[in-house]
Design a protein around this ligand. Structure first.
Ligand code: ADP
Length: 450
């Protein structure tokens, strides 16, 4: 299941608690007010019955009742009975057909036809006439009705309120979390483009998230400066080392022409020269990569026959391959033209070929292929050498990464593939590696046809 976003989680929690609090508050409110309504109805009934005594009088043995007694006030029905239970005067509500016993001064709740009634009786002694019962009746159900209408209304309003709260809550949370989204987007862009110059740039807000974004921007600033210093350092060091290495190489060359050298002196000098050449190669790779990092490494593009460039590089590498009895097979489509920087393109191919030879097996084969497929120029160098294990494969493009650290003497610095990758990408292409340990590797580059 897809993980819920923070926005949704906050909105749901917020809405749930809002609903819970509202329901509990309404529940308490309704139950209290229901009790209050009923108790005031009871008091009203008792009061009416007691006050109605004033409406009853007698004259010459006959009962005289004021017309107020008959009037319906506050939904309270008053009626008058003789002690034997005979109805004398007044009104009884429709639907109340029972004639319960008279209980002087006691308020009862009587249920009839699923309706509830409050009944209150009071014995009254009318002069000249004798005792009578005054009965007051009022409907409990009717008293509760108004209250039930409010309850029903609340049941309709509540879900609407919940939906409204959820919508407002969601929009509010989204607005509040917008800076977090911007921070994430900035980090993603930095990762994708490796561009530390990006900033979240939220401006001057007052809340914690604005502070977080500003702190994050300050951190990026420091990181950018630190990386900048590191790049500058690498670039300066490589630059400074170029001259002494060139001097060493020139001196070696000059010394090697001396015919008086003993064979052991010559061997030692040749070793120095080889090592100096390795160093010179490493320095030139470092310089290229540091310039590339600083965005200072430019390509000089020319439309060239890259089929010929690949054939030429393959021929050059054939000499080296012979030492290991490796055969280079060329399956190169002729006359493929592309806008390339000649020097860099050859460096890229040379690196792939020299790796294939270095890590190829004695007496093995290398296949160099170049063709146009769909909208791409596809080039590949395949060998049947030692191969690369699955866990190592993602790291081979990293600087100074070497799977086999024992080959330090052969000019392997671990910079070759980083440089190769940069060159292919600077030409707008991509490069990938497929490999199986013990079986061989294939490096494939794609260049888009414009
Ligand atoms: P290096 O100078 O060490 O060859 P690279 O950057 O060219 O550096 O290559 C990085 C690592 O990738 C090498 O050390 C090696 O382990 C591995 N590698 C590169 N090409 C091949 C290949 N054709 N076969 C097997 N391993 C290879």
């Amino acid at each position: 299941m897809k993980r819920m976003s923070l926005k949704l989680k906050l909105t749901l929690i917020y809405t749930f608690f809002m609903m819970l609090v509202t329901c509990v508050a309404l529940g308490i409110l309704f139950s209290l007010s229901n009790k209050e309504v009923l108790s005031s109805k009871r008091m009203q009934l008792q009061k009416h019955v007691q006050e109605s005594m004033e409406d009853i009088g007698s004259d010459a043995g006959k009962l005289k009742v004021d017309s107020d007694f008959y009037n319906l006030e506050d939904n309270i029905y008053l009626s008058l009975y003789g002690t034997n239970g005979d109805f004398l005067y007044g009104r009884v509500p429709y639907g109340f057909d029972k004639q319960p016993d008279f209980q002087d001064g006691r308020l009862r709740t009587i249920t009839e036809n699923s309706s509830e009634w409050f009944v209150f009786d009071l014995e009254y002694y009318a002069e000249d006439y004798g005792p009578v019962y005054i009965r007051g009746i009022t409907s409990v159900t009717r008293a509760e009705e108004g209250f039930l209408i409010t309850l029903r209304f609340a049941m309709i309003i509540l879900p609407l309120l919940v939906i409204l709260t959820a919508i407002i809550g969601y929009r509010f949370t989204r607005r509040t979390l917008k800076p977090v989204r911007l921070i994430t987007e900035t980090v993603r862009k930095i990762q994708a483009d490796e561009d530390l110059s990006r900033r979240v740039d939220l401006g001057d807000g007052k809340d914690e998230i604005y502070h977080l974004a500003n702190t994050f921007d300050q951190l990026l600033e420091q990181l950018e400066k630190a990386f900048g210093r590191e790049k500058q350092f690498t670039s300066d060091v490589s630059h400074e080392l170029r001259t002494p290495i060139t001097v060493i190489l020139t001196q070696c060359d000059a010394l090697l022409t001396d015919p008086t050298l003993t064979s052991s002196q010559r061997a030692q000098l040749e070793l120095i020269e080889r090592k100096a050449q390795n160093m010179a190669q490493m320095i030139s790779q470092l310089l290229l990569l540091s310039r590339a990092d600083q965005g200072r490494q430019k390509l000089t593009l020319e439309c060239l026959n890259i089929s010929e460039l690949m054939e030429m590089t393959a021929e050059e590498q054939q000499l080296l391959a012979h030492e290991k009895q490796i055969t280079i097979h060329q399956e190169i489509e002729p006359d493929i033209w592309y806008n390339v920087d000649e020097t860099f393109f050859i460096r890229m191919l040379t690196n792939l070929f020299s790796n294939a030879v270095s890590y190829g097996k004695q007496g093995g084969n290398i296949y160099a292929r170049l063709s146009v497929q769909n909208n791409f120029i596809t080039g590949s160098i395949e060998d049947d050498g030692i191969g690369i294990s699955k866990d190592v494969l993602p790291h081979i493009w990293e600087r100074f990464y070497r799977a086999d650290t024992s080959r330090t003497d052969s000019g392997h610095s671990g910079l070759g593939l980083s440089m190769t990758k940069w060159i292919v990408e600077a030409h707008g292409g991509t490069i990938t590696a497929e490999s199986e340990l013990g079986k061989g590797s294939t490096f494939t580059f794609l260049l888009p046809l414009k």
